[in-house]
Unconditional design. Structure first.
Length: 442
């Protein structure tokens, strides 16, 4: 593989959960029977399974990797210090029963020196990686590419939502270029590293959100009466073509394993997979390809209509995590209060803003910020949004240049000490509703 740069024209394989096959060197993929006694070119054969062997066929994900050295070849592991990436619900923390919001985490401070791994901060988390339940909601602030450092997360898959700065994500299966507006989904256990071409070019640190999913893998939601087309279409997910690093030499492999961090030296690049086939692959997706569905008469449907990916729990329809986006869209409903109504939900909502303005909070919610509305915590449009929406002239109107999202979970999120003590915590958040007067006029 040539060293990934921002200008490299990348090739991708289209589809989500599809069987793909890709070889960086012609003839490296075994043909005919699955795995012969000796793989072509004497590569090592290695399986990466993302589900239990006996998971139902429609959920079963695994890929076969043909590589120059198996991933078991590494030096000894030693503890690695990563203070801000915590795992699961910390029940020692008193969870405030009110809406919480954070201003954008500042990009000054140590962000410029940190890479994608060292710059990771858990903002809030629920569940427990050991039980394979729940998610972590994280933000990264990073200004440095991972050069000869690689990372592997044994605790969960990672859904990455860049907010500022492009990412070049080198994985065992190939390379993904991901820019703000796009997302990347990296399977549990797959080795990767992240380069920051914009930060490298002097544009300053990069920032984004991550869902670390300890639970069932993300998949496309069922479409029900919508039919066979709509929301995120499978063909718009892009997996990388096989690519491997030619240059030899040592790497440091950082591993997240049971909530702890470890490091080990490797003599060779872990990006040494020459060919692969299977249906477990890293993918990227451009949210601009999301087919938005909404009301074309009056009122609005529940925000589940904006679900891109879902990680189910064992209760049907009650997700471990739904990844939901609020992209640009037309508002055409008649006699309707168009922003979200005031509400208290069973599901807990961690929300972020990639760009623009969110219609329920036109002023206070900034790109790079976050909000947390836990189970049964009341929230809704702020005073300004309420006033505007109740008096608006309801002409067709396009919400443009905006992208907000939610990690929505059945489990309450507990913010970390880092998040609760951060100067970015908006201690005046509740004031945005304080001016809503009793307007009852019998
Ligand atoms: Fe909400």
């Amino acid at each position: 593989m040539t060293k990934p740069t921002a200008s490299t024209e990348r090739r991708y394989l289209s589809g989500f959960g599809n069987e793909h096959a890709s070889e960086a060197v012609a003839g490296a993929l075994p043909q005919g029977r699955n795995n012969p006694q000796r793989a072509p070119f004497d590569l090592y054969t290695e399986l990466l399974s993302g589900t239990a062997f006996t998971a139902p066929r429609h959920e079963n994900r695994r890929s076969w990797l043909y590589r120059r050295q198996p991933s078991v070849v590494s030096g000894r592991y030693q503890p690695y210090a990563q203070a801000h990436w915590t795992t699961g619900a910390d029940r020692a923390i008193a969870l405030p029963p009110e809406p919480l919001r954070w201003h954008p985490l500042p990009l000054d401070g140590g962000a410029a020196e940190a890479d994608f791994i060292d710059g990771m901060h858990t903002v809030a988390a629920n569940g427990d990686a050991e039980s394979q339940v729940g998610i972590g909601s994280l933000m990264y602030l990073a200004g440095r590419s991972m050069e000869r450092r690689a990372f592997v997360n044994a605790d969960g898959e990672m859904l990455i939502v860049p907010q500022q700065g492009r990412l070049v994500i080198t994985t065992e299966l190939g390379v993904l270029d991901v820019k703000p507006g796009e997302i990347a989904l990296l399977p549990r256990g797959m080795v990767f590293k992240v380069a920051l071409p914009d930060s490298d070019a002097g544009a300053g640190p990069s920032r984004g959100y991550v869902c670390e999913n300890y639970g069932a893998q993300f998949r496309l939601p069922e479409l029900g009466p919508i039919g066979s087309n709509g929301l995120a279409n499978a063909r718009d997910f892009q997996a990388p073509v096989a690519a491997f690093e030619e240059d030899g030499g040592a790497y440091e492999l950082v591993k997240k394993f049971g909530g702890r961090f470890w490091k080990a030296p490797t003599k060779q690049s872990p990006f040494n997979v020459v060919a692969w086939h299977g249906n477990l692959a890293p993918v990227k997706y451009d949210t601009a390809n999301f087919m938005v569905i909404g009301s074309i008469s009056f009122d609005h449907p529940d925000p589940s209509i904006f679900t891109v990916l879902t990680s189910p729990s064992d209760t049907p329809g009650t997700a471990n995590c739904d990844f939901v986006i609020f992209p640009p869209r037309w508002m055409v409903m008649e006699n309707t209060f168009r922003p979200p109504w005031f509400h208290r939900n069973l599901m807990s909502e961690f929300m972020g803003l990639v760009l623009g303005e969110y219609d329920a909070k036109p002023g206070g919610f900034k790109p790079g910020g976050a909000s947390l509305h836990n189970c049964m915590v009341p929230h809704g449009p702020d005073e300004e949004a309420f006033d505007k929406a109740t008096h608006a002239d309801l002409k067709p109107h396009k919400l443009d240049n905006t992208l907000a999202f939610m990690f929505e979970s059945r489990y309450r999120f507990i913010p970390t000490n880092f998040a609760l003590k951060s100067p970015a915590l908006d201690t005046d958040y509740a004031d945005c509703w304080a001016g809503l007067q009793d307007q009852f006029k019998p």
